[in-house]
Design a protein around this ligand. Structure first.
Ligand code: FE2
Ligand code: FE2
Length: 264
């Protein structure tokens, strides 16, 4: 197995983020902290797991990574066997990982369309606090739709998480469908309603998948990203050949992100 470890820093760096208003010194510890995100692995059979195995090995080789967030579309049709293959691959991560569902992870033929997903990966949403940050994984799915409205129930769940979070605490929000203000497609239809919940909170990062491609923008101190897919069964929507995952490096509230190529 060949692991391509070439790392392409995208345009965001500490200096650039300082200029964009994303660096707020002194608010919390300056301890370095790194996490990974990977999305859109679209596993459907054993051969389609290989690229995920390569990504997992690459993440494991990076001792800085403290956890991995998997941002949906791990499977193709939300089938039990696909999700089991995905779980088998991600279970090889040395550090913890947390998953949110994508539109290809729900199984519309079932009464409970999330049952297969939950059997494999547990709750469809979660909150984790680490290193003075709060990490929230949200379920953005609306059945198998690509253009979605986040449900009132999910908004209420999100509000309940924020009620337990101090206004100062930096937050990274993860979901499958993008909220980038200028994503080339598929912005969550009520993204502004979701983001409004954070008006009195310290939202720093919103990371998503679904749009297969690297998009990074900053607005009002929030870094919005999507990441290329890590699949051999699908291509990137911007026709870039690189498949991989993303790292976020946190130092206090300073954020840097880089895309790691697994296959090109
Ligand atoms: Fe996808
Ligand atoms: Fe998707």
């Amino acid at each position: 197995m060949t692991i391509i470890s070439r790392r392409d820093f995208l345009r965001v760096g500490a200096v650039g983020l300082a200029g964009a208003g994303l660096v707020h010194k002194g608010a919390s510890a300056e301890e370095q902290f790194t996490f990974a995100v990977i999305n859109d692995t679209h596993i459907k059979d054993a051969p389609s797991v290989e690229i995920v195995d390569e990504a997992v090995a690459s993440i494991n080789s990076d001792e800085r990574v403290q956890f991995t967030s998997v941002l949906g579309d791990v499977a193709t049709d939300g089938k039990e066997d696909e999700l089991a293959l995905a779980k088998g691959a991600f279970d090889n991560l040395d550090k913890p990982y947390f998953v949110v569902p994508g539109n290809h992870d729900v199984f519309p033929q079932a009464t409970d369309i999330y049952a297969n997903y939950v059997d494999a990966f547990g709750p469809v949403h979660w909150t984790r606090t680490e290193n003075d940050w709060t990490f929230i994984g949200m379920n953005s799915c609306e059945e198998t739709k690509s253009d979605v409205t986040v449900s009132d129930e999910e908004l209420a769940w999100l509000q309940a998480q924020l009620d337990k979070t101090t206004p100062q605490q930096p937050i990274a929000l993860f979901c499958h469908h993008p909220m980038n203000p200028n994503t080339r497609a598929y912005r969550i239809l009520n993204a502004d309603d979701v983001l409004a919940l954070f008006a009195n909170h310290n939202l720093k990062i919103v990371a998503a998948g679904h749009w297969h491609g690297n998009q990074i923008e900053e607005q009002d101190g929030v870094l919005f990203v999507t990441t290329a897919c890590c699949a051999t069964t699908r291509n990137n929507f911007d026709n870039t050949p690189e498949k991989g995952y993303r790292l976020f490096h946190l130092s206090g509230e300073r954020v840097e992100t880089e895309f790691v190529v697994v296959r090109a």
